[in-house]
Structure formats: C-alpha cells, structure tokens
Design a protein around this ligand. Structure first.
Ligand code: ADP
Length: 190
C-alpha cells in the first residue's frame, strides 16, 4: 500500500499548523516541519542550529543545500516509509521542490498532493494582529507576507505544472476547512 506523501502550503496565519496536526491524525502520516527542525537545532546548539539561527532571526531563508540535506536525511527514515509524510515549510523554493522530487524518486516514492491553504492577506493580517504577539506589528506582518508571496508563487506554478496542486479555501471554521482538505486528499491517494 502506498502512503500519503503530501506538502502543505499556506501563509503565516492561514491555519496551516492546526490543519497539519489534524491531517496527520486522520491519515497517520508523520509531520515534518522544517521550521520545527531548525528551531530544535538552535535550542540544542548543534552545528546546524548555530549556522541557521542568524538567518532565521533575520527572516531569511536557510540555504537550499542545507535544507535539502536535512530533508533527504529525515525522509530516508523508516517511519516515513511506513506511515507517509506531511511536509510543512518545505519546499520553499523551486530548487527545493526539484530536490524533493529527486529525494522521493530515489526512495521509490513520489508526491501525492500539494495542498495550498488559501486565506486572503487581509484575513491573515487581522488574525495575526489579534494574537497580540510582540513581533506581529503591521509592518512586520506585511514584510513576512510579501516575502511569502515572492517565494511561493513560483512554487505554486511548479506543483500546478505537475498536476499536484489543490487550492483549498482556508476561510471558515476549523472543521469546515478540514473537510475541504479531506475532500482533495482522499481521492488523490487514499
Ligand atoms: P514561518 O514562521 O515563516 O511559518 P517556519 O516555522 O516554517 O516559518 O520556519 C522558520 C524559519 O526557518 C524560516 O523563516 C526560515 O528562516 C527557516 N526555514 C524553514 N524552512 C525552510 C526552508 N524550507 N528553506 C529555507 N529556510 C527555511
């Protein structure tokens, strides 16, 4: 039986984190978040963490080479072969997407689907301002969203050209959004 190999894309504040947990619970796949992996490397003070921390603080992207290496290593572990994977935060560039295709191919696998959780900029801005976090000033939010736009637009095209892209309306209750995700994920692979 083939397992789910899925990517989730969405702006900050799109509800991607919440929905990721629900997807993994429902489909039994492993949640691989590159942001979480990097933060834990920083906390543990590993070589990777030392290299990545400045880039992360500045809101930049860790190099494709580093990220591709981390993900290749993680995806080669047995839990992924057994349970499948939900990738969150990777790929972030077309270069990473090409690497992901290659990594999966080498493992005898391929991507099932890429879900793009679509929430308008105006809505995510309101949600983030509502959280009241110190780093969530309107200017900082705008900067992060602009960066996301720049980085992600080519990726959406990359997935779309391979007929892997499913855009899901992320506005609604948690249950409503999750039902929409299920509707596109289930026919795609399970
Ligand atoms: P966000 O808060 O933007 O949703 P994440 O939690 O996914 O971000 O990641 C936090 C930080 O880790 C990013 O801002 C970036 O510096 C780095 N990072 C995570 N994933 C990647 C990736 N695939 N490529 C490059 N850098 C990454």
């Amino acid at each position: 039986m083939t397992t789910l190999k899925m990517v989730i894309l969405g702006r900050q504040g799109s509800g991607k984190g919440t929905q990721s947990l629900r997807i993994c619970e429902a489909y039994g796949c492993v949640h691989v978040s590159t942001g979480d992996m990097l933060r834990s490397a920083v906390e543990q003070g590993t070589e990777l963490g030392r290299q990545a921390s400045q880039t992360m603080e500045a809101g930049g992207l860790v190099s494709d080479e580093t990220m591709n290496g981390i993900v290749a290593q993680r995806l080669s572990r047995r839990d992924i072969a057994e349970r499948g994977v939900l990738l969150d935060g990777f790929p972030r560039t077309a270069e990473q997407a090409n690497a992901l295709e290659r990594i999966l191919y080498d493992l005898g696998e391929r991507l099932t689907v890429a879900v793009n959780l679509e929430v308008p900029t105006k809505t995510v801005t309101e949600r983030m301002l509502g959280r009241g976090r110190g780093d969530d000033t309107p200017e900082a939010i705008q900067r992060r969203l602009n960066l996301y736009e720049q980085q992600t637009t080519p990726l959406l095209q990359w997935f779309d050209s391979r007929s892997l892209l499913c855009t899901v309306d992320g506005v609604g209750t948690e249950d409503e959004v999750f039902a929409r995700i299920r509707a596109v994920v289930s026919p795609a692979g399970r």
